[in-house]
Design a protein. Sequence first.
Length: 296
Amino acid sequence: MSRKKIAFIINPNSGNDKKTDRVKLIRRLVNNTYDSEIILWENVEDCDAIFRRVISENFDVAVAVGGDGTVNQLATALCGTKVTLGIIPFGSGNGLARHLGIPMNPSKSMQLIENGQVQKIDRGKINNQSFFCTAGVGFDARIGKLFAESTNRGFWTYVKITLREFKNLKDEMYTIVIDGKEIKRNAFLICIANAGQYGNNAWIAPEAKVNDGILHLSILGPFRWYNIVGIALKMFRKKLNTSRFMESFSGQKITITRKLEGAIHYDGEPGIMGVELAATIESAALNVIVPLNFIA
């Protein structure tokens, strides 16, 4: 019986923990029950070559050692292949990892790589850009852009940017088509969710499941500044869908039309897209290692 081959793809530049020597850490944590190789991903332009190598050299598992952006890019490359995704989280938010129940502690997440189960999960696409957690427009897209540009990382930096920018962004009118049904909404933000949270256990779509073949749409309508604490509490208590300011929908094809092109986010990564945003779901697109007690 052939031994399992595991590639650890390390992005030393992701997340807020730059002090940990991730290569040294992974070398210390691996054991001799499988064949392992560490691949250092330091330059953005090297990603295609690294991902092709992982697939062509028949690795059984490719582990993203990094943040949400690293996970997103590796997961995108692995969709439709026999290679299973593993995650050792080193990001600022770790949205997909948290939703899947992957431990934030590297030693424990390594144990999961070795002893967890394989689960098929869905992939969302927005204008052909993959996302496995969330994508959206509005206030959260603006914050994602500013957070990515910030020299400081981490949860509290995100909070400071959010509070600072709250007064600067106005609601916007959107036309939304969900599986052929059109609605119009004036919204503070719109989130299309495959998984339930942004990261840091901020649950924007508590009802979302990563293997139900459905996109979940969360629309946060206009509210006053003094409502923000209550909204935030509901978000972190996984009850935002009960807020009077939140509407929830679901479907397999969602189109959002706005007046102008502008900021979007996908799995925490900022971007700019056009007036029309088309989102679809691809069922059971990716194999990923999750805990034995995982419930989607």
